[in-house]
Design a binder for this molecule. Structure first.
Ligand SMILES: C[S@@+](CC[C@H](N)C(=O)[O-])C[C@H]1O[C@@H](n2cnc3c(N)ncnc32)[C@H](O)[C@@H]1O
Length: 197
């Protein structure tokens, strides 16, 4: 880690450098099981994957007939995501989560390693943007990383902090253990579904 030039995770260059040097310890290399189960249990939803990285989930969702869009502000991440997306590459878009506008109302935002990629001071802005992008009844579903280490990314959250962050605009409707975590998240992540109030 020590010789990375870029130290600010709010800059696309931080993530470019790590993708270009193949230092991606958050990358699962596939589609997590709880998302697969969620898709099996639900009708297709218009979905956004913010901070998609390698975007394995995009091809999976699109292959199941879901109207999914994956965005990332790092050109290197987008290049990798497009490779993984194959015939669905056009659905992987270079964009900043805080500026991107949906073409159609979103029914689902999928979260994995995006909130924890952000310094904690940014979390209220992330939560506000989630709430802004989702109308009542729409879902925020995915993986939340619980940890209190000061240094990151990944920046872990505390359960009470997550409740505080989301409870004004979201109601938690699922909170499950994760069976297939990769080492960096093992024992510290939960699959959660939050419904927009
Ligand atoms: C830790 S990686 C996680 C990637 C992917 N979600 C995964 O599970 O493998 C965080 C990603 O968020 C992207 N990102 C960070 N801030 C962003 C922003 N404001 N808009 C779009 N993407 C952003 C980074 O470029 C990086 O690819």
């Amino acid at each position: 880690m020590a010789d990375f030039q870029q130290r600010d995770p709010l800059s696309p260059a931080f993530w470019d450098e790590r993708f270009e040097r193949h230092f991606t310890p958050w990358d699962k290399g596939g589609v997590p099981q709880a998302l697969q189960d969620f898709v099996a249990a639900n009708s297709p939803l218009t979905t956004l994957i913010p901070g998609c990285g390698s975007a394995y989930e995009l091809a999976f969702l699109a292959g199941q007939g879901w109207d999914a869009t994956a965005i990332d502000f790092s050109p290197a991440a987008v290049a990798q995501g497009k490779l993984a997306a194959g015939v669905h590459a056009a659905r992987v878009v270079e964009a900043d989560f805080f500026a991107w506008q949906p073409a159609a109302p979103l029914q689902l935002i999928y979260e994995r390693a995006f909130l924890c990629a952000m310094p904690r001071a940014m979390w209220p802005q992330v939560a506000a943007r989630w709430a802004q992008l989702l109308t009542p009844g729409a879902l925020l579903a995915g993986y939340f990383f619980f940890d209190d280490a000061a240094k990151g990314p990944p920046f872990g959250i505390q359960r009470e902090q997550l409740e505080q962050l989301l409870r004004a605009d979201f109601e938690c409707i699922a909170d499950d253990a994760v069976s297939d975590s990769i080492p960096v998240f093992a024992g510290k992540e939960r699959w959660m579904v939050w419904r927009r109030r």
